[in-house]
Design a protein around this ligand. Structure first.
Ligand code: MG
Length: 162
């Protein structure tokens, strides 16, 4: 696909917490909290970002490229999946312009980890940290996320022509 115009994309992911696993968001380990149940490392933030990038390029979704039925992706480092996604997007004639990500969780508080997450994602995507926004919100105690059964992530991206 030769893309001559900017392309917008949106991604969403949610996972339930599971005791005994490390919590990893945006490639950053966050101490003091249960991890996320998943076939891969459960990095829901990166999964939402991958879906946003694939969506912007109309390349399908994360499940099509990295199926959880494939042993190759068991325990996968989601940063590796993100790097592979960036390569797919580049092959389609696009590069990341910027990303804006919102993580919704009742706990932990993400503020102390936001800059580390932005730098982690920027390093994988080979962009400046200023191109990556990450925001944390609670769900004001409402619903499953509000009861800390899991967390949810929304991601928007703009891809630019190469
Ligand atoms: Mg996921």
């Amino acid at each position: 696909m030769a893309a001559a115009v900017p392309r917008i994309g949106f991604g969403y992911d949610s996972h339930v917490f599971e005791e005994g696993r490390p919590l990893v968001l945006g490639g950053v380990a966050i101490p003091g909290c249960a991890g996320l149940k998943a076939h891969s490392d459960g990095d829901a933030l990166i999964h939402a970002l991958i879906d946003a990038m694939l969506g912007a390029a109309a390349l399908g979704d994360i499940g099509a490229h990295f199926p959880d039925t494939d042993a190759r992706w068991k325990g996968a480092d989601s940063r590796d999946l993100l790097a592979r996604t960036a390569a797919l997007v580049e092959k389609a004639g696009l590069r990341l312009g910027n990303a804006d990500v919102t993580v919704i969780c009742q706990k932990p508080r993400l503020r102390p980890f936001i800059d580390a997450i932005r730098e982690s994602l920027a390093a994988v995507l080979r962009v400046e940290p200023s191109a990556i926004s990450v925001k944390g919100k609670t769900n004001e105690g409402m619903d499953a996320v509000g009861r800390s059964e899991g967390l949810a992530v929304h991601a928007a991206v703009l891809l630019l022509p190469l």
